[in-house]
Design a protein around this ligand. Sequence first.
Ligand code: GLU
Length: 279
Amino acid sequence: MPTRFAPSPTGHLHLGHAFSAITAWNISQKTDKKFILRIEDIDLQRCKVEYEKQIFDDLEWLGLTWEKPVIRQKNRFNSYREAIDILGNKNLIYPCSCTRKDINEALSAPQNNKIPKIYTGACRNRSMSEAKKTDNIRINIDKSINYLKKLNHKSLVFVDDYYQQNLINIPFESQHLQEDIIVARKEIGTSYHLSVVVDDAFQDITHVVRGADLFSSTPIQRLLQELLELPQPLYHHHRLILDEDGKRLAKREASTALSILRESGVKPIELKRSLDLIN
Ligand code: GLU
């Protein structure tokens, strides 16, 4: 069961990342021992080589080993373009020139007392043949759901083996499937959701292990998998490691950074014990 750890080199890895990487590694070791490290560096502005180097050093320190060569998303923009073309050929996407400001203004206008969607669909009727370099590409969520309904899908489902209730049903009316999200940003031609599903399939990942904070990303990723006819992995959204105040750990916080713990002489075994990963 190939599993993966897919960090973005935008800051220091922290205890939560260690928990995620070790959990994925442990699952892989029970089967085919294939643990894949993928560098998610599509955000060319924020990703830094020094953080990437730290990722390798941190994981090595934790005693993890991974498949080679390591894939970096910044080298895979052609594959993301191909996926965009597939969605385009199915007529499920459109170019959008709305700025953040346009969207915020649209948000503040009352719409028959309904909770406004974040994006109101001002560019929805535009076609891909008129797409410009300065446009983002959005998915037309209604057309996409209709496309699946025609293929006899009644809802989207996924299996999450972290939860007692193993089969998670996502009705098409789910709040996570209401917005025409951006699938390709103008500067890079892709997005987090699109790159993740393309690469999970490309790398034959059968078990997506990640924190519960990404649970709400799974509906849209399952939708993209169906539209792109990609295989469906099994999921494991594990508990989050929180700070003393019960808040999620942040990459900018030094006290839980693995590189700092490593340099201050903490032993990996102590760290694993503190995370309840061994007795
Ligand atoms: N790159 C994402 C992050 O660092 C994780 C992606 C995923 O596990 O799906 O938060």
